[in-house]
Design a binder for this molecule. Sequence first.
Ligand SMILES: Nc1ncnc2c1ncn2[C@@H]1O[C@H](COP(=O)(O)OP(=O)(O)OP(=O)(O)O)[C@@H](O)[C@H]1O
Length: 343
Amino acid sequence: MIELRNVTKTFYQKDKQIDALSNVSLTVAAGKIFGVIGTSGAGKSTLIRCVNLLEKPTSGEIIVDGVNLTNLASSQLAKERRHIGMIFQHFNLLSSRTVSENIAFPLELDGMPKDKIKERVYDLLKLVGLLEKADDYPANLSGGQKQRVAIARTLASNPKVLLCDEATSALDPGTTKSILNLLKDINERLGITILLITHEMNVVKSICDSVAVISNGKLIEQGSVGDIFLHPKTELAKEFIASSLNIEVPVLYKNRLETTSSKNQHPLLKLELTGKSVDEPILSQAARLFNVDTKIITAQMDQAGEASFGVILIELSGNAKNCQDAINYFIDKHIIVEIVGYV
Ligand SMILES: Nc1ncnc2c1ncn2[C@@H]1O[C@H](COP(=O)(O)OP(=O)(O)OP(=O)(O)O)[C@@H](O)[C@H]1O
């Protein structure tokens, strides 16, 4: 549905050459949600802006729904762009128009009769859950409500593809969740293909089918979300995954934590579980096999695509040899073990 073939984008600033995208290729299958994740300046915005040719690639091809957009005349490109919706981090609503009038705007441009516009706007308001805000102005809406208006406005033109440029970055976690749920709902109900860019792995984890990691304008890793979470290859992918599993040592423990072990102290272990190890009762097995006790301090178990994974912080107690045997057992089970300290 969306295909980027060897897309390169070079900017020139005075004598400086900036390779914002280098030979980027990716395919988003129809009806799927594809995320591109990267840190600031990696090339995410340039990539997504190339898809609807807001930014013209220096070389390479962009194919959307079977049409190669790269060489189209501007009138043809304008026609094709109607099938490509886009939403932005800062919503881009018209402040002088009400919610309904914002949503109606693309339909007015299309010359739709007034009564039809009214019907369509009503349906869209209902879809995004904003019927009671129809006559409000953007200034009186929350960030999440503004993004819902922007989504309704872009859906007004019946796009086949939706591009999301950091669409939840300006929102708090709860609102982010509700907007991501809405995007997933739209994807499933209307069959719209979604390409999104983000710097947050939680966004990818919540709704994407596939993900690509971008660094310095290059796609350094891509695959299904489950696959990337289970078998990340690059350090950057590993860092993004770790950032989505944020467990903290509780303050009570932090204050008592020693870096080296002394008599009668127990190791505090951080166990990262993926794949099969998630499904096995590893703590009770270790307790039985090695005569150790495992006290769970904090834990986070999660799901991304078909992959389950999690992090557990445990206090391990028993004699030193048994504790070491238990640690070796965890490592044998492909669990990443970190000794956080001793308590
Ligand atoms: N119009 C432009 N002229 C010159 N350089 C540009 C232009 N747009 C982007 N760049 C450069 O291209 C690189 C990629 O920028 P881009 O905005 O695509 O990154 P990003 O991953 O979206 O970053 P952020 O998350 O901070 O928005 C950066 O080095 C940026 O400075």
